[in-house]
Design a protein around this ligand. Structure first.
Ligand SMILES: [Fe+2]
Ligand SMILES: [Fe+2]
Length: 349
């Protein structure tokens, strides 16, 4: 690190472009290259971490990022990039603005749209985690929910949709978008095609695990079979933590709050946190809890490198888990596999 630091100092001395910053360190938050919109002016200063108390500016607010031109680009590609915490809001809204342009374009392939949306959701989630939930964060997540609905509408094959979602690299983002997609599909299969219902369903499903965002990555990558009773209790708290996070904004729809709180409940009363039975669960939670389990079984993640295919997953839910979910929702899911995806009118954002 020492010689690397000297390289920076040489660069700084030589060009006068870079500044060593030793104060105000608590105000910095880590981001990734995916949080930065390329080819537009930076909405805030970007720093590179040399050591715990030594950061250098590698991009100035209002200038084009030129990270690739830095000779140490390989070192900044995936880690050690920081911005000032209050600037997260600006980075996040720029990311949403850019994703909106990408979504509107007919020339951009759907794979690139999903890629842009997943990075945007990651930035929005980081912003929620660091700055708390806000009306702006709610609006940004609504935009992503409607974009997921549009992707579904434009890609009417379950296998193609699953391939698209599987291309997302970050586990929590992939899972949140996949559950949003499958919840909307189950909803449509049940005949719930009203755009407002679909938006709330997709939004609640996107946010259902928001309580996990603040959990340490090492904890989340620990195999569930190795959880101690304390680990399990801590993990199960994420449903409640989720609604605590969302509660700070007054106009979060009640349906969304119910989804976040009840997504680990099931119809036979063996879920958590309250062990409620079918009649006491919100109709939207019944959809998302099934979609959540289906996605856990069918999508690749660190816990499960070889997932089941959709038919095997449905068999597993029916015969191994004893089909603990709402019957109509489960039939709706099976109908998607048997008869394909129903088209619905989607509000285009
Ligand atoms: Fe969860
Ligand atoms: Fe989940």
């Amino acid at each position: 690190m020492r010689s690397f630091e000297n390289q920076f100092k040489n660069l700084y001395d030589a060009t006068d472009k870079f500044h060593i910053m030793g104060k105000d360190l608590d105000n910095l938050v880590p981001i990734t290259m995916d949080d930065i919109v390329p080819n537009v002016n930076l909405p805030g200063d970007v720093y590179f971490k040399l050591s715990d108390d030594n950061f250098v500016v590698i991009g100035r607010e209002g200038t084009r990022e030129q990270f690739k031109e830095l000779h140490f680009f390989d070192k900044i590609r995936n880690s050690n990039i920081y911005i000032r915490k209050p600037d997260l809001r600006k980075f996040s809204s720029l990311k949403v603005h850019s994703a909106n342009e990408i979504m509107k374009s007919d020339k951009v392939p759907v794979e690139a749209k999903v890629n842009a949306l997943s990075h945007t959701l990651n930035t929005v989630f980081t912003s929620i985690d660091q700055l708390g939930f806000s009306n702006e964060a709610l609006g940004n997540t609504k935009f992503i929910a409607n974009s997921v609905l549009k992707i579904i509408n434009d890609t009417p094959k379950l296998t193609s949709l699953m391939t698209l979602m599987n291309s997302i690299s970050e586990d929590l983002i992939k899972h949140s978008m996949a559950v949003s997609m499958v919840s909307a599909l189950i909803s449509q299969s049940k005949g719930w095609n009203n755009p407002s219902i679909l938006e709330k369903m997709a939004l609640g499903a996107l946010l259902h695990d928001i309580g996990l965002k603040e959990y340490p990555k090492e904890f989340l990558s620990k195999p569930r079979v190795d959880y101690t009773p304390e680990d399990l209790e801590y993990y199960q708290r994420h449903s409640f933590r989720g609604i605590e996070i969302l509660r700070t904004v007054e106009n979060v729809p009640q349906e969304v709050m119910a989804i976040v709180y009840e997504h680990h409940e099931n119809s036979i009363g063996q879920g958590y946190p309250r062990g409620l039975r079918d009649v006491r669960l919100h109709p939207f939670s019944k959809v998302v809890s099934l979609a959540d389990t289906f996605c856990e079984l069918t999508f690749k993640d660190a816990q499960k490198p070889t997932p089941r295919d959709p038919e095997e997953a449905v068999q597993f839910i029916e015969h191994t888990l004893g089909q603990p979910f709402n019957k109509e929702c489960f039939t709706a899911l099976k109908n998607i596999l048997t008869f394909g995806i129903r088209k619905a009118s989607i509000k285009i954002v």
